[in-house]
Design a protein around this ligand. Structure first.
Ligand code: FE2
Length: 192
């Protein structure tokens, strides 16, 4: 089993520079590389359990970070493909309105989550067991990911996402830019 890095066809964005995106994709490739590397090393080290059990345990602990870094970014970058598109009528819009009254109420709440201190992700998931949307903050790449839920919208709030374009004190402007460029059609398809 080997993870292959995805390629992304990202148009020019409004408020997020090409340099930021190029560097960010380079970081994504690093997560894919390290997710593969950890799995290979665990396999190698497991051949000598007497000497390597501790090291294998530590690598196993680290795997969630690298895997999350890989998968989260795949959700993030594909949201820009095809260019900005408004939220279409359909299941996602219906669910947002059912749970928050109107989409803007959800947006205001999600913005607050995005402003959480520290590095991590603002996430919107769908819980198919209860047919509800759930939003939360994920520390780093993996701490707080909600078991069994599918990612609907992934907003990277690590500083590498915006520091070339905005100072840390203006990260809200990055979030505004993120939503200006979001292809809501891609996001909507994730709940169907
Ligand atoms: Fe990132």
């Amino acid at each position: 089993m080997h993870y292959t890095p995805q390629t992304f066809n990202i148009p020019e964005l409004d408020g997020i520079s090409r340099e930021t995106i190029d560097e960010h994709i380079g970081l994504y490739n690093g997560y894919v590389k390290h997710a593969n590397l950890i799995r290979e090393k665990i396999e190698d080290y497991s051949n000598d359990p007497d000497n390597n059990d501790y090291a294998v345990g530590e690598m196993q602990r680290r795997f969630g970070f690298e895997f999350g870094g890989m998968r989260n970014h795949e959700y993030y970058f594909t949201q820009f493909e095809g260019g900005a598109k408004v939220l279409p009528e359909g299941t996602l819009k219906t669910m947002l309105e059912r749970q928050w009254g109107k989409v803007d109420n959800w947006y205001q709440r999600f913005m607050k989550i995005a402003m959480t201190r520290g590095v991590g992700w603002a996430m919107l998931y769908i819980d198919r067991q209860t047919d509800q949307l759930v939003e939360t903050w994920v520390d780093e790449q993996h701490l707080g990911q909600l078991a069994d839920l599918d990612i609907v919208l992934a907003l990277d709030m690590w500083e590498h996402s915006y520091m070339r374009d905005y100072p840390a004190s203006k990260k809200k402007e990055y979030v505004d830019a993120f939503f200006r460029n979001l292809n809501w059609e891609v996001v909507s398809r994730r709940v169907s």
